[in-house]
Write a protein that binds this ligand. Structure first.
Ligand code: GCU
Length: 346
């Protein structure tokens, strides 16, 4: 009898150990999905990716664990795109600006004054006829775009003098994203382009290596650039989307059912980010004005538009496959023209 009890208790122990081990085993079997981005944890991008994390956990938590790495923890955007290409990580958010070095097709969304209004921009980016030929163009490079995120409108901001007209940029070193289109844009506007990664801009401003930069309003507050730059000029030169890209091998490894859940998750990322974006920009403007004493300047946009125009011909001329997409964007521009009363929501 004692022997039986002993055997039974041993068996129990073994079963328990087995359970624990298989528990560990099942965690180990879960596929960890790593997503990197370069924004803070308050930023709409992070909030959207956290919503994605929760969604995948709720729907497919037995198979996947999603980890979101903010604040360039996995490197600059260029580093993260390369990590996504090789599959070292599965997803990252990259500005459309830097993606043009991976596929020329992305140049189109980097064109200054491509979209007549935020509405035209949103309609175009929601139209698969516009985005698919661009989003699929990096397949050979190992990644695909799965959705886009609103990054607002890009404007110049400077330390010492407000930009009222393109001529005011002369002699100023302005940080731009690492994209040939942006460098050419600065040349056409008369400023001196200083390309660098986002994470280096604050120090470059602080040490006077650059005289200013260009970005949406969140850069003033969330990244502290408004502590140094006191003039923000609504020339509204670009609406450059951020793009969530995924490693192809990972995407192709998903079963049809799992893929459908992921696709739903990508839609959620877009939706949450856009909702949060509206609130975040409002908040950033208020804080920049009240807490950082940034002055908002509303220049006549026309001279900026005219200076940049040749870039449209160059980019579309060099890549005729972009022409139908460009034409479709013009349809949205006609439908949703600029609201001339509000040069940047006065
Ligand atoms: C915005 C954009 C980022 C980008 C940054 C930049 O913040 O959302 O994706 O990296 O501008 O200017 O580099």
């Amino acid at each position: 009898r004692r022997k039986l009890t002993k055997v039974l208790s041993l068996a129990c122990c073994a079963a328990l150990a087995c359970l624990t081990l298989s528990g560990c085993g099942s965690t180990q079997e879960k596929r960890t999905i790593r997503i990197g981005h370069n924004q803070s944890t308050n930023h709409p991008t992070h909030l959207a990716l956290t919503a994605f994390q929760d969604f995948i956990n709720e729907k497919l938590g037995d198979k996947y664990v999603v980890e979101v790495y903010p604040s360039e923890l996995l490197g600059s955007q260029t580093d993260m795109v390369q990590l996504t290409q090789t599959g070292a990580i599965d997803f990252c958010v990259a500005s459309n600006a830097i993606l043009e070095t991976f596929s020329k097709n992305y140049e189109i969304f980097n064109l200054p004054y491509l979209f007549a209004s935020p509405e035209a921009y949103h309609k175009a980016m929601d139209d698969p006829d516009v985005t698919e030929p661009i989003f699929d163009s990096t397949k050979k490079a190992g990644f695909t775009a799965v959705t886009w995120l609103d990054a607002g409108t890009r404007n110049f901001y400077t330390i010492n003098k407000p930009i009222e007209k393109p001529g005011d940029l002369k002699g100023l070193k302005i940080r731009v994203q690492q994209s040939p289109t942006n460098i050419e844009m600065m040349r056409l506007l008369g400023g001196s382009a200083t390309p660098m990664g986002f994470g280096d801009v604050y120090t470059a401003l602080q040490s006077g290596i650059i005289d200013g930069a260009e970005n949406n309003e969140m850069a003033l507050t969330d990244n502290g650039h408004g502590d140094i730059c006191k003039y923000y000029s609504y020339d509204m030169h670009q609406m450059v989307p951020d793009i969530l890209i995924g490693n192809n091998a990972f995407m192709e490894s998903l079963s049809e059912e799992d893929r459908a859940v992921f696709e739903e998750g990508f839609k959620l990322v877009n939706q949450v980010e856009r909702e949060e974006w509206v609130k975040a920009v409002e908040n950033a403007k208020e804080r920049a004005q009240n807490d950082q004493q940034v002055q908002f300047v509303y220049p006549d946009q026309q001279p900026f538009v005219e200076a940049c125009r040749p870039l449209h011909e160059t980019v579309i001329g060099n890549n005729p496959a972009l022409q139908p997409i460009y034409d479709q964007i013009q349809v949205y521009n006609l439908q949703y023209p600029a609201d001339t009363k509000t040069g940047g929501d006065k």
